[in-house]
Each structure stands twice: as structure tokens, then as C-alpha cells.
Write a new protein. Structure first.
Length: 276
């Protein structure tokens, strides 16, 4: 009950009063769906391909990130700006609330509730709800925009479009595979990163923890290795698509490790934290 009371307070102050920040995933989804729609119009005008696409096509396009980057002195490394803005937008959303709330209200709230652990668990649940809502706004916007553009609202990919934009094996994805690599794993990995960011905001500072998350995403775009978690938020980097990609199952293990570390680390930190 103590956790639920604290959670209600976090939902109001951390999400409802800051809901304007959900415009970030909305803008991301709008920009990506418009880009694919413009491409489909270009193909139709050139008599190359006549299709309105499907919801799966729009979802794949929006959540693609970038292909594996191979270093070449003659090529320029460009961060996928839309993907980066989407992920960093969430990191900014979560950067300051928990630490600011602790600085302003921890003494009163923790003493009144009688439980430091309940306070931390409430913050983890708040973080989870914020991440899920962030992705939900993005997916719902993609769905509505795809419907407005006349797409077939199914999880079936358009063969001619998919093989034109991505490696041929992409078309072999089942609906379950598609949801796994475009939504479930990216959201779970992002949640692990987010909870570690919130914990790091207490141990160091919110500014440094936010900068560290930015650094992780930049390095993830450059290096395709299993321990750089940002790779799992770009489905074009998974081993289902490219031989040098990351295994989605290792993403699940990495996400579980980050979530457990955040939970246990927070318990230890706040049990030993002087709030008086």
C-alpha cells in the first residue's frame, strides 16, 4: 500500500505534469511515417511500385535505426538522427524528476512512508510506466498515420517494398518475429538503460548520467557489439537480418541484467543513504 501511494504521487508529478514531453515520440512517428509515405508516392509516380503499404511496413521503417556500420576511411559516419532523437528524448524525459524529487521531498516522504525501499520501487515502476507510455504513443501514432495514408492495417509486409528497402531475409519474418525485434526487445532494453540512468542520477548526477546514456547510444551506432545496448533498439542490427548483427536473445539477457542491477543497486544505495 505504501508503494501504491508513492506511485500515485509519482504518476501525477512525474508523468501527468510533464506529459508535454510525450510530443517527442509523436513527432518521431509522424516524421517517419511521412518519410515512408513520400517514398511510396515517389515509387508510384515512377511506375515502379503501386502500393499504400501496410502497418507492418510503417512499423519496420520507423523502428529501423541504421544498418551495421563498417569503418571505411572513404565513408562518413552519420548518426541516425531520428533514432537518436527518439532514444535521447526518453532519456531527457527521465533525467531529472527522480533526483529532483529526492532532493526536495525525500526526508518528508521517506519518513512519512516509513520505507526507503518503497520509495525506490515506486520510482522504478514510474520509470517503467513512462517507458511503456513513450513507446505506446509512438506506435499508436504510427498506426493512425498509416491508416490515414490508406495502408492495409495488418502485420503482413509488402514483399516488393520490403526487399527493396532491406535485406531479402527480412521478408521471412513472422508477425511474432517482427514484434519481437521492433518493439518488445527495444522497449525492454530501453527500460533497462532508463532504470540504470535513474539510479546513476543519484550516485553521480543527472547531467552526467544523461551524458553517459547519450554516449552509449553514439557508440552503439558506431560499433555493433553485444555489450553496447543501443544496438538492440535498431532491428537492422540483429542477427536475423545480418550475419554480423547482435543476437536478440542476448538483448533479453542484457536487459534482464540491467533491470536486476538497477533494482538491487537502488535498494543497497538507499538503505545506506543518509536522508536526515
Amino acid at each position: 500500500m505504501r508503494t501504491l501511494r508513492l506511485l500515485g504521487r509519482d504518476m501525477e508529478n512525474g508523468i501527468l505534469r510533464r506529459c508535454v514531453l510525450f510530443i517527442l515520440p509523436l513527432l518521431f512517428a509522424v516524421s517517419q511515417t511521412r518519410e515512408l509515405h513520400a517514398y511510396l508516392i515517389e515509387l508510384a509516380d515512377g511506375n515502379i511500385l503501386l502500393t499504400n503499404g501496410t502497418f507492418a511496413d510503417y512499423l519496420l521503417f520507423a523502428m529501423k535505426g541504421m544498418e551495421v556500420y563498417y569503418f571505411d576511411p572513404r565513408s562518413v559516419f552519420d548518426i541516425p538522427i531520428y533514432w537518436f532523437a527518439f532514444q535521447i528524448g526518453l532519456a531527457y524525459f527521465l533525467a531529472y524528476y527522480s533526483s529532483d524529487d529526492f532532493a526536495a521531498n525525500a526526508r518528508v516522504v521517506c519518513l512519512a512512508s516509513g520505507s526507503r525501499r518503497s520509495w525506490w520501487v515506486s520510482k522504478l515502476i514510474y520509470c517503467t510506466v513512462a517507458v511503456v507510455m513513450y513507446f505506446a504513443v509512438c506506435v499508436l501514432t504510427i498506426y493512425l498515420m498509416a491508416a490515414a495514408y490508406g495502408a492495409d492495417m495488418t502485420m503482413d509486409m509488402t514483399a516488393a517494398l520490403t526487399t527493396r528497402l532491406y535485406p531479402p531475409q527480412t521478408y521471412n519474418f513472422s508477425a511474432a518475429d517482427l514484434l519481437l525485434i521492433t518493439l518488445f526487445i527495444p522497449m525492454l532494453v530501453t527500460l533497462g538503460i532508463s532504470q540504470l540512468q535513474v539510479l546513476a542520477g543519484f550516485i553521480i548526477t543527472p547531467v552526467i548520467s544523461f551524458a553517459a546514456v547519450c554516449g552509449v547510444y553514439v557508440l552503439s551506432a558506431y560499433y555493433t557489439v553485444w555489450y553496447l545496448s543501443g544496438n538492440y533498439t535498431m532491428w537492422q542490427r540483429v542477427s536475423y537480418v545480418v550475419a554480423d548483427g547482435v543476437n536478440p536473445m542476448s538483448g533479453l539477457v542484457l536487459a534482464a541484467g540491467m533491470l536486476i542491477t538497477a533494482f538491487a543497486g537502488g535498494i543497497v544505495y538507499f538503505d545506506n543513504k543518509d536522508i536526515i
